[in-house]
Ligand binder design. Structure first.
Ligand code: NAD
Length: 256
């Protein structure tokens, strides 16, 4: 379905971003990966799906590096048809104890990076009259949790940015939507499981159950592959008129 298209997924060396890259590649899209850590195994995994794969190591907190990444993607593949703004970090602390540099980093990586990548991707999408911008927000784009001020502010912000991007392109073939996962067991969440296990003196399994039990009625983690299939739907012809939506995949978290 996506043969000949190019998808750039930020923060795709791990977790949800890698799951979305995998699903888009299964549909034939060429992939530009981005993110830190091990690059060779995600690259090999995507290449094994029979598509072209490239990588750019832009630090998503730095606008100049984001611009270099977008230029690199255009030079490798002609244009970016699908932009998935996914890179994100978390920091947990009460507002009065929240380190200023952590606030700045969360806002830069989880929110401002999406503005920069989107503004640079839109002109070519509009020229082609086809494009998909998918913002990986969170249930925290819709509701809050204590001790996550920067994350909740950034995720509410990206849901707003999603709506504006959708409206400004509403008469074109370019759509923009947000995906709002509940708990997904990635390294980002494993850190929170570890912190809970250490604080309460409980096992890893008990800490996972406690985390789910606080928020997620299904008592199940959403998987990166499930989120990837939602991204595939948004890229499909059936998604042509889905615009400015914030779509939960959260085991009932926000239904309460
Ligand atoms: P993860 O830690 O597994 O992956 C994060 C990715 O972002 C990695 O590839 C990492 O290298 C990259 N990254 C981090 N900082 C970067 C930077 N400055 N520049 C470039 N890349 C950077 O986390 P994840 O859980 O897969 O999170 C992905 C997205 O999903 C985030 O936006 C997160 O807020 C969101 N999300 C996660 C959950 C969850 O439960 N895990 C729930 C809702 C939303």
């Amino acid at each position: 379905m996506l043969k000949g298209k190019t998808a750039l997924v930020t923060g795709s060396t791990s977790g949800i971003g890698l799951g979305i890259a995998r699903s888009l590649a299964r549909q034939g899209a060429n992939i530009v990966l981005n993110g830190f850590g091990d690059v060779e195994s995600p690259k090999a995994e995507i290449a094994a799906l029979g598509v072209k794969v490239a990588y750019h190591g832009a630090d998503m907190s730095k606008p100049a590096e984001i611009e270099a990444m977008m230029n690199y993607a255009a030079s490798e593949f002609g244009r970016v048809d699908i932009l998935v703004n996914n890179a994100g970090i978390q920091h947990v602390a009460r507002i009065e104890d929240f380190p200023i540099e952590k606030w700045d980093a969360v806002i830069a990586i989880n929110l401002s990076s999406a503005f920069h990548a989107t503004r640079l991707a839109l002109p070519a999408m509009r020229e082609a009259n086809w494009g998909r911008v998918i913002n990986v927000a969170s249930v925290h784009g819709l509701v809050a949790s204590a001790e996550k001020s920067a994350y909740v502010a950034a995720k509410h912000g990206i849901v707003g940015l999603t709506k504006v991007t959708a409206l400004e392109n509403a008469t074109t073939g370019v759509t923009c939507n947000a995906i709002c996962p509940g708990w997904v067991l990635t390294p980002l969440v494993q850190k929170q499981v570890d912190a809970k296990a250490a604080a309460q003196g409980i096992s890893n399994e008990e800490a996972k159950k406690a985390l789910l039990g606080e928020k997620e009625p299904s008592m199940q983690f959403t998987t990166p592959d499930e989120l990837g299939e939602l991204a595939v739907f948004l890229c499909s012809p059936a998604g042509n008129n889905v615009r400015g939506v914030a779509w939960n995949m959260d085991g009932g978290w926000t239904a309460q």
